[in-house]
Ligand binder design. Structure first.
Ligand code: ATP
Length: 210
């Protein structure tokens, strides 16, 4: 059983096809780290997986109600406190308690602070803590560690590992090593939409997720 699969997927931005011929499937407990140079199409792929834009070819196979997308914007409500922000998202997604999410990203002491008074890294920690109250199985994460210090990267990696341990899955675009040896790497470079590159694509990648 896979939580998320793509079949012969191609994605485009601004009318330009970026990445094509992608096939993978993620079972419970699996994480896929997307790699590739700036501008290759990692964000575009994540947006397509999240249903924010349509594929130009192929298909994304998943239950949309299992997806949680965390893009570059933290999506915080600036006038609400840290705890109120999490409470808001918990109410939207089904009422998970906010305490564990606060603790997971070391936000307990900041619970009463309005979001507009947080530092960039604290805002990012709150944006990531939000994932923990969604109850969603598949996390789609675009550069989740931007602005995080080393300790916070460690907290996030631990939260992610816990999510995978509970049968979740994740697709993560990141340029840094999250210290998750169980995550599979997918370098999108060979999948760049370009005539003549298909023969260079690694054989057998899909089998890693069979
Ligand atoms: N709104 C837009 N309209 C048109 N083209 C865009 C738009 N946003 C991004 N692009 C282009 O689409 C291409 C893919 O961008 P994308 O953000 O998916 O790349 P990325 O691999 O995530 O890059 P990075 O590592 O820098 O985050 C880039 O060439 C970018 O310039």
């Amino acid at each position: 059983m896979s939580l998320l699969a793509v079949r012969d997927l191609a994605v485009a931005r601004g009318g330009l096809r970026l990445v094509e011929a992608l096939d993978f499937a993620l079972a419970p407990g699996q994480a896929l780290v997307l790699r590739g140079p700036n501008g290759l199409g990692k964000t575009t792929l994540l947006r397509t997986l999240a249903g924010l834009q349509r594929p130009v070819a192929g298909e994304v196979i998943c239950d949309p109600d299992t997806l949680a997308y965390a893009g570059h914007a933290d999506g915080l409500k600036p006038a609400l406190s840290v705890a109120e922000n999490l409470g808001f998202w918990s109410a939207v997604f089904g009422g998970a308690p906010v305490g564990p999410a606060l603790a997971a990203m070391n936000l307990t002491e900041l619970a009463a602070r309005p979001a507009h008074m947080l530092s960039a890294g604290q805002k990012r920690r709150l944006g990531l803590a939000r994932l923990a109250v969604t109850g969603r199985a598949v996390w789609l994460l675009d550069e989740p560690t931007v602005s995080l210090d080393a300790a916070s990267v460690g907290l996030f990696a631990a939260m992610l590992r816990g999510h995978l341990g509970q049968g979740g899955a994740a697709v993560i675009a990141t340029h840094i090593d999250l210290g998750l040896p169980e995550a599979r790497l997918l370098d999108l470079t060979p999948y760049r939409a370009m005539p003549g590159r298909q023969a260079d694509r690694p054989a057998g990648f899909n089998e890693a997720f069979a």
